[in-house]
Design a protein around this ligand. Structure first.
Ligand code: GDP
Length: 539
């Protein structure tokens, strides 16, 4: 049994409410190189080693599914197509949804956050908050997603723990609540003070390949005798933290105003078990999801799910299309025929899969919080709802996020302009790229907007292969985006360093080459009604 499917070993009750109660569905938000892949592997392996330690039939020979995937990821330098990793731990089912980074950072990365109940913010101890983490955190804040912070790479020199905590509260306004506190500065790490029990958890250097960290627990007295001054310092700092509101407050975590913080080393497996325990103990379980009208869909209601990501061409041999849906209520059973809320048409789920990297397993059942990959899903677009039985339900669409890259698309074959228009329309509806309109550029030159440039490659390739409409893309030099509150002000923004684009929902984007251009324009027209864009529109 692989890491992807070993939940079946735990068995299930068949009751959606009870199954939801033991689900933890989360994603890791981080900047490239902070250690997301390493942590993912460590979490899955730690959980498996723990599960297998008590199992009668250890299947050692099946190790390595996760590692293989990671190897491929490493050689390619980017994360390959993947969606969710599922594993069991302590009678819980953990769903870790992938947030593609590096070169394939795209709107999908943001969309994944609409399908999770919590997030783990992974920071490199030497770097603290980095740009991609901040962007992803913005989306978490917007959605009110509770965030756990894991400060990684404590085995090597980095910044001070207090300074990192200050950065979290000052830059993103989350109150840090360290559950552990490092004993010894980064690079000279002895272990952590478990602030709840008062124990010392000693860190023993292990092989990077070991699956469980050698952790040694000592009580305070033993620690004082063995570790000495650094233990003393850690306990004093911990008392200061308690005095300044740094103790665990579960309600504040769930309200997304404070973040539990752990210190560790993913590559040494230190702190990984603590993170899993924390997820099981504190992270929110799937709850009733509000529909488009705001009425929550009860967990026990018949099956419902929404699509948060659509991927084409995952299997080079078959040009297929997989829609990844998060189950919101009821029980999903492979083979069931659900209703596609947008069209009212039936959708057969015969080919449901769990997809993680190149690994595919057929999914038989799934419950709220789980992710299913629906194959041959040509009718499904991002944000679409599937449901079964009564009452009918439609969940709100997934918002469009602030694009960062812009390009004008033109067909290079004037004879195929109809296919070009149809293709552009289809890509927009699927959410592959955002399609914007420019009054000055006209109909024949739609502006494609994306969170990551890879979305342009996908769009170009699909227009060529599916619609046989080769295109040429002219990249535009804009990098700063605002929402224009008053569309009548658009004429103020037609300058050499700015432009205005219309979104399909009627909202208007003002784009600038850089921050200087934005500031200059605002100096000329202080009355301009500009707003930050995070999740501006629902489509
Ligand atoms: P990702 O880009 O966030 O997925 O990062 P990776 O997991 O690929 O890690 C980036 C680099 O950091 C790799 O060389 C890892 O071996 C290294 N790394 C990850 N975690 C740790 C850690 O806890 N300590 C140290 N020293 N290196 C780490």
């Amino acid at each position: 049994m692989s890491a992807v499917t070993d939940t079946h070993a735990v068995g299930h009750t068949g009751n959606p409410g009870q199954e939801a109660a033991r689900r933890r569905t989360f994603a890791v938000i981080s900047h490239p190189d902070a250690g997301k892949s390493t942590l993912t592997e460590a979490l899955a392996l730690h959980a498996r080693v723990i599960s297998e330690a008590g199992a009668v039939h250890g299947k050692a020979g099946r190790r390595g599914v996760v590692s293989d995937w990671l190897d491929m990821e490493r050689t390619r330098g980017i994360s390959i197509t993947s969606a969710a990793l599922q594993f069991s731990y302590d009678d819980c089912v953990i769903n870790l949804l992938d947030t593609p980074g590096h070169a394939d950072f795209s709107e999908d990365t943001y969309r994944v956050l609409s399908a999770v109940d919590s997030a783990v913010m992974l920071l490199d101890a030497a770097k603290g908050l980095e740009p991609q983490t901040l962007k992803l955190f913005d989306v978490c804040r917007h959605r009110g997603i509770p965030v756990i912070t894991f400060i990684n790479k404590w085995d090597r020199p980095g910044r001070e723990a207090l300074e990192l905590c200050d950065e979290i509260s000052e830059r993103i306004g989350l109150r840090p609540m360290p559950l552990t506190w490092p004993v010894g500065e980064s690079g000279h790490f002895h272990g952590v003070l478990d602030r709840e029990s008062g124990d010392f958890v000693g860190y023993e250097r292990t092989d990077a390949g070991a699956h469980l960290a050698a952790e040694r627990r000592l009580d305070a007295e033993q620690a004082a005798a063995e570790v000495g001054a650094e233990w003393q310092q850690a306990t004093e700092e911990s008392e200061l933290l308690s005095a300044s509101g740094g103790d665990l407050d579960e309600a504040a975590f769930h309200a997304a105003t404070a973040t539990p913080v752990l210190f560790g080393s993913a590559v040494r497996n230190f702190g990984v078990g603590q993170l899993l325990d924390l997820l099981v103990r504190l992270a929110p379980q799937p709850g009733p999801r509000p529909d488009a009208g705001g009425t929550p869909r009860e967990l026990e209601a018949p099956f419902s799910a929404f699509v948060f990501k659509v991927q084409t061409g995952m299997d080079p041999a078959h040009r297929d299309r997989v829609a990844f849906a998060r189950v919101c209520s009821g029980e999903f059973e492979r083979g069931m025929v659900a209703t596609h809320a947008a069209t009212g048409k039936p959708f057969a789920t015969k080919y449901a899969q769990q997809v993680f990297g190149q690994q595919r397993d057929t999914v038989e059942t799934a419950y709220p919080g789980d992710v299913v990959g629906l194959v041959n899903a040509s009718a499904l677009g991002v944000g679409d709802t599937l449901y079964n039985g009564k009452p009918a339900v439609e969940f709100p669409g997934i918002p469009s996020f602030a694009p960062e890259h812009f390009a004008v698309a033109r067909t290079t074959d004037p004879g195929r302009s109809k296919q070009f228009r149809r293709g552009i329309e289809q890509l927009s509806q699927e959410g592959v790229v955002q399609v914007l309109h420019s009054e000055t550029r006209g109909e024949g030159a739609p502006v494609l907007a994306a969170v990551g440039p890879m979305q342009f490659d996908v769009a170009t390739q699909r227009l060529e292969s599916e619609f046989r409409s080769p295109i040429e893309l002219e990249r535009l030099p804009y990098h700063v985006v605002r929402l224009l509150g008053d569309p009548r002000q658009r004429s103020m923004l037609r300058t050499r360093t700015s432009e205005v684009f219309d979104r399909p929902d009627g909202s208007v984007l003002a784009v600038f080459t850089d921050n200087l251009a934005l500031r200059t324009t605002l100096r000329l027209h202080p009355e301009l009604d500009l707003h930050h864009v995070v999740a501006a529109t629902e489509h």
